[in-house]
Design a protein around this ligand. Structure first.
Ligand code: PLP
Length: 379
């Protein structure tokens, strides 16, 4: 059986990237590696649309976010964090662990934070050092209007605008410099199309200044060390060499396609998939759906366990289920990274056949027909 992965991290790795990572090991203090890292550093700036440094750390995305808390702040600092799902919740718990005063803005799952919510929190905490936003909340498939909220934060406070861009980078329009973002983190196993193990952290000059007075303890995740090494196309510790070689290959693919084309492709795939799911009577979960991952309600009478077992066991398709209160109620189809039109037709087709196998009444072919029509009308 041919296996197909439709999860929002890990995401499929292109064959050309896998082949590069399989090459014999090289040494990280030698010129051949420096040349690769220097190219990666340049191309990461393109990905984040910034002239600022983007650091590469050997950790998953969570480590990347942790590095920002410990490197930018001091005990007792207030930070505001939006919690609209599993990841936002993590960015409330984590700063508390480090002795920061984390003020939570809680939004209902599937709803994006509003400017008013941000303003209310900033008025109540005028000395907040940062606001953490999740651009694409993967657990709920919900996108936040980071551009608009960054504007609100910059116009009304001195707080740093910090973005979890872990499933947004490479799927949603994102302009670090133009939008006045101070910190953005992403991970390797998402839009960058390589295996898990790398985190990327972009820092504005304001964020770099904040690092100088930060008093939280840190060693491995001290971004000052990473920044210093970065200036010499180096890393403070042994880098994840194979993954950096992999990201070099994937960033070259990204450059060749063009970042704006990539954003457009993700939007188009997401909209076609929504069209197809809607045509077979399925309801979207989120009010502000992400272009990286589409969350849908499981139809009445269809049992998640049986649905998932058939989808995976019979058709080889791996998707993500719902989490917490929505476990067994919603599922999530990812289209983040290495996907095209026919991948959407394939996953829709598998959903139709699986619903049919589960005894749900569905007109076979109706969803894929609607998606095909969407693609035809929106080339
Ligand atoms: C995957 C993900 C993370 C966590 O990244 P890890 O690589 O699992 O540590 C954080 N935030 C969002 C939005 C994610 O999708």
């Amino acid at each position: 059986m041919k296996k197909r992965l439709f999860t929002p991290g890990p995401t499929p790795v292109p064959e050309s990237v896998m082949l590069r990572m399989a090459e014999p090991m090289i040494h990280h203090r030698h010129p051949e590696f420096k040349e690769i890292l220097s190219r990666v550093n340049q191309n990461l700036k393109y990905l984040f649309q910034t002239e600022q440094p983007v650091l590469t750390l050997a950790s998953s995305g969570t480590g990347g976010v942790e590095s920002t808390f410990v490197s930018l702040f001091s005990p007792g600092d207030t930070i505001i964090s939006v919690n609209g799902g599993k990841f936002g919740e993590r960015w409330v718990k984590m700063p508390k662990t480090f002795g920061l005063n984390a003020v939570e803005i809680k939004t209902e799952w599937g709803k994006a934070p509003t400017s008013e919510q941000i303003m209310t929190a900033l008025r109540a905490h005028p000395h907040a050092k940062a606001v953490y936003l999740v651009h694409s909340e993967t657990s709920t498939g919900t996108a936040t209007d980071v551009k608009a909220l960054a504007r609100v934060i910059r116009d009304n406070s001195d707080a740093l605008v910090c973005v979890d861009g872990i499933t947004a980078i490479g799927a949603h329009e994102f302009r670090f410099d133009e939008w006045g973002i101070d910190v953005c983190v992403t991970g390797s196993q998402k839009g960058l199309m390589i295996p898990p193990g790398l985190a990327f952290v972009a820092l504005s000059s304001r964020a770099i200044t904040a690092m100088e007075s930060s008093k939280l303890p840190k060693f491995y995740f001290d971004l000052r060390k990473a920044l210093k090494a970065h200036a010499a196309n180096d890393t403070p510790w042994t880098p994840a060499i194979s993954l950096i070689i992999g990201v070099d290959a994937s960033l070259m693919m990204i450059r060749a396609e063009g970042i704006e084309n990539i954003w457009r492709r993700h939007k188009r795939l997401a909209l076609a998939l929504r069209e197809g799911l809607g045509a077979i009577g399925m309801k979207l979960f989120s009010d502000s759906p992400s272009f990286a991952v589409t969350p849908v309600w499981l139809p009445e009478g269809v049992e998640w366990k049986a649905f998932n077992k058939t989808l995976k066991g019979k058709y080889g398709i791996t998707i993500a289920g719902g989490q917490e209160a929505f476990a067994g109620k919603i599922f999530r189809i990812s289209h983040l990274g290495y996907y095209d039109e026919l991948d959407m037709i394939t996953v829709l087709s598998a959903v139709e056949m699986t619903l049919h196998d589960c005894g749900h009444k569905v007109e076979l072919g109706k969803g894929i027909g609607a998606a095909q029509a969407y693609f035809a009308i929106n080339p």
